[in-house]
Design a binder for this molecule. Structure first.
Ligand code: EPZ
Length: 423
């Protein structure tokens, strides 16, 4: 297994290109299952989660070709051979559940393994299933699989009212509704940019959708969808992560492709901490104004609030802030696994349930640490940039799920970082 060694060495300067969004791509790829005609995605990120979704789609008989070094995904679901997503693939990646809506809508039946819990929380899929029931589907949970069946004439439009916001359930229901008979209204829908991106792609394929980006989405079902070519939206979480690099160790970095509307709530907190963010013709330029950042309180919320997927990275920044910050995690019940690892580097963090109190220290010290999930692993790398000495991060396969070329991108702006085989 590989490790990443980071040696804190002062201010950064230069440009970092931001990739297409992993979480948009993971819902755009299953959208291919809705149509017989080809769907091509450009600006796809090169990540292990994308390769897992490729394997899953191929196991159903879809053609998926990665072109131009993986940045273009040319897909066709013309000759699907299966409507069953096996446990062996689903257990590797929870986003696999996103094939259920498209398969059910196009073929009238599907079997998808239930994803288990994961390191950040229990993460059930009951909201996805309730949405399909509201469209007339019959669901049977047996042998660890969801066996889903649409009524004889196919899924029926209906009112789906989510009791709380779920990104994945909104995506699954949105895809299914494009081919349902009549009108579907999704109430209390997620408003994330990845949902907007999915709706825009589905519209290019011929779907009739209104209201994406608001909490009520209306879909008028159509008989069939066609092909399309779509550019994956910028990864706002990769963007926020790299914006934190100069924030944490000083300097000035321009994140190419960055857009303020994708990270507005996050930028407000950066501003309060003393980090300047400036829009440029090609992205966002980030610089640290003061010697030390100021403490700020952060509460994670669905979009447009502060994203849970940037909470670990923000905590790394606040570990060296002047004063005490309180971070509240409202989306997942167990998303502070990075706190004890940051503590190994000298951070002062007290966790009580969903709240973490972080008292900033003057300097972090490098230490051997372990990645527990994707965002936790990158928070340790960010902390390493600001620490004295070497930080050795193991279990970096978590990182490969969501960050392409992390060593190349950070060393490109002057960071001392290398990937080595574990001793
Ligand atoms: C998406 O997960 C992202 N994953 C996550 O990204 C992200 O953290 C999350 O949205 C929140 O923004 C992908 O897009 C592939 P949810 P998702 O359904 O859709 C509960 C990363 O690091 N819930 O919005 O699974 C759930 O347990 C990741 O890239 C139910 O109870 O998240 C959670 O507490 C990790 N029942 C909350 O809702 C359900 O049926 C929000 O989850 C569905 C969700």
């Amino acid at each position: 297994m590989d490790q990443i060694i980071v040696t804190g060495n002062g201010p950064l300067s230069g440009q970092i290109p931001i990739a297409g969004a992993k979480n948009a791509c993971l819902t755009l790829m299953p959208a291919t299952l809705l149509s017989e005609e080809p769907l091509t995605l450009t600006n796809a990120p090169r990540l292990s989660d994308i390769r897992t979704m490729t394997t899953l789609l191929q196991s159903l008989g879809a053609e998926v070709q990665a072109l131009q070094d993986g940045q273009v995904l040319a897909m066709s679901s013309h000759d699907l051979t299966s409507t069953r997503a096996d446990y062996d693939i689903v257990r590797k990646m929870r986003a696999s559940i996103l094939v259920l809506g498209p398969l059910l809508a196009r073929f009238g039946h599907a079997e998808v393994s239930l994803p288990g819990g994961c390191s950040i929380g229990a993460r059930p899929v009951d909201l996805h299933l309730k949405a399909f029931e509201a469209m007339g589907a019959e669901l049977d949970l047996r042998d660890g699989y969801v066996h889903a069946k649409a009524p004889a004439g196919g899924l029926q439009g209906g009112i789906v009212k989510f009791p709380f916001v779920s990104v994945g359930a909104t995506e699954n229901a949105l895809m299914a509704a494009t081919l349902a008979k009549g009108t579907t209204v999704l109430k209390n829908a997620a408003r994330e940019p990845e949902i907007v991106d999915l709706a825009q792609c589905l519209r290019k394929m011929g779907a009739q959708i209104d209201g994406e980006g608001t909490s009520e989405i209306t879909i008028q079902g159509v008989d069939r969808l066609g092909g399309a070519t779509h550019r994956v939206v910028t990864d706002r979480i990769e963007l926020g992560t790299y914006m934190l690099a100069p924030a944490i160790c000083g300097g000035e970095v321009e994140c190419l492709g960055g857009r303020i509307d994708l990270v507005a709530a996050f930028c407000e907190k950066l501003d309060a901490a003393g980090i300047s963010v400036e829009e440029t013709p090609s992205g966002l330029k980030v610089a640290r104004k003061n010697r030390r950042v100021s403490a700020v309180d952060v509460t994670t919320e669905p979009f447009p609030g502060f994203p849970t997927d940037l909470q670990a990275q923000m905590m790394a920044l606040l570990c060296t802030a002047e004063g005490t910050s309180v971070l509240e995690e409202k989306i997942f019940e167990n998303r502070f696994m990075h706190a004890p690892e940051l503590a190994r580097m000298g951070a002062k963090i007290e966790v009580h349930g969903g709240t973490a109190k972080v008292t900033g220290v003057e300097k972090l010290r490098g230490a051997p640490v372990m990645a527990t999930d994707l965002r936790a692993s990158v928070s340790l790398i960010l902390a390493g940039l600001a620490a004295e000495g070497d930080t050795i991060v193991s279990r970096v396969y978590h990182l490969d799920r969501g960050y392409e070329h992390v060593v190349r991108k950070l060393s490109g702006v002057g960071a001392k970082i290398e990937r080595v085989k574990e001793q």
